[in-house]
Design a protein around this ligand. Structure first.
Ligand SMILES: NC(=O)c1ccc[n+]([C@@H]2O[C@H](COP(=O)([O-])OP(=O)(O)OC[C@H]3O[C@@H](n4cnc5c(N)ncnc54)[C@H](OP(=O)(O)O)[C@@H]3O)[C@@H](O)[C@H]2O)c1
Length: 280
């Protein structure tokens, strides 16, 4: 065995990639566990994805994460895609198996659920209706996570109505699709509101949603983490709602990735959170 066989390697592939906080997250864990290893950001345009993924075994990588716009493209490339990734329709994590073949999974839903549980350990998505804004890749992971945890009523609103209808049909769960112009009413009586659109992200307009019909007891979560606190989270906090920001979704999805790549279960700690928040 060559001496550097113990050097652990993983990566994130995206296009562009410079905005990714994943290297800071995973390199923190390498240092915390006293491991020699590195997690590298790789700028890979979609047309080079297949070559890049197939190079992972030869380069001794244990696997990689995928981010925009590669999460869907990888579905047709990998040797095996698990049932969760198929259902969500996107791959967030690739594992290099001992025989060099590539397996894909999706851990975003896990990150979403465990981010909420970190702050509200007794959180139960079945105690009342949950409004989800958005029907893109992030929303699919959110809805999957809510259904996994037993949500009984999900009200789904998306600017492009047909996309929400497709999601509801594919997921075949307790999902009611409401037109985008009814979003202000859709949150009435809800126990939870999730923003899974890109509105509120740095460089984008705030999510155009009036909160007056949302109960003050409702939990509000935004899956966006740049900025750290979106206009929605700020408005919800100011009117007295409990809020959970989006960074923890990114942090927690790293845990099952590490289990699969290195057989180690890392922890999301306050020190880690502060370190990554300082980069936002
Ligand atoms: N915290 C995390 O770990 C995590 C994980 C995944 C995603 N995210 C964040 O979640 C956000 C969405 O990501 P994604 O992957 O789901 O993106 P996506 O697949 O491109 O979906 C974007 C969503 O935003 C909606 N949208 C875009 N512009 C809009 C507008 N002007 N008004 C209303 N709705 C609009 C889209 O509606 P249409 O269908 O009408 O276009 C769609 O529902 C991003 O900010 C991303 O960074 C965070």
């Amino acid at each position: 065995m060559a001496p550097n066989d113990r050097f652990l390697l993983a990566a994130v592939m995206g296009w562009p990639i410079s905005q990714s906080r994943s290297p800071a997250l995973h390199n923190f864990w390498f240092a915390q566990h006293g491991l020699s290893g590195s997690y590298v950001p790789l700028a890979i345009p979609p047309e080079r994805l297949e070559h890049a993924l197939r190079a992972l075994p030869a380069l001794n990588f244990s696997g990689c994460n995928l981010t925009i716009p590669l999460k869907q493209d990888a579905m047709r490339i990998l040797d095996e895609v698990d049932i969760t990734a198929k259902r969500i329709g996107a791959i967030s994590c690739v594992v290099v198996r001992p025989d060099g073949s590539l397996a894909g999974s999706n851990n975003d839903w896990y990150g979403f659920v465990h981010n909420i549980l970190e702050f509200i350990p007794n959180w139960r998505p079945d105690i009342g209706p949950i409004a989800v804004m958005g029907a893109g890749g992030g929303a699919r992971a959110v809805v999957y996570g809510l259904m996994e945890r037993g949500a009984k009523e999900i009200r789904l609103c998306n600017r492009t109505h047909a996309r929400a209808l497709t999601l509801a049909k594919e997921f075949n769960g307790p999902i009611t699709v409401l037109p985008w112009d009814q979003r202000h009413d859709a949150i009435e009586g809800c126990a939870m509101l999730v923003n899974a659109t890109s509105q509120g992200m740095i460089g984008q307009a705030a999510l155009d949603l009036r909160l007056d019909k949302l109960p003050v007891g409702a939990l509000v979560n935004d899956i966006i983490y740049i900025p750290r606190e979106t206009p929605l989270i700020e408005a919800a906090r100011k009117r007295g709602n409990r809020t959970v920001t989006g960074l923890g979704m990114l942090l927690h999805q790293g845990i099952p990735a590490w289990k699969a790549w290195f057989g180690i279960e890392p922890k999301v700690t306050q020190e880690l959170r502060s370190r990554i928040e300082a980069t936002l």
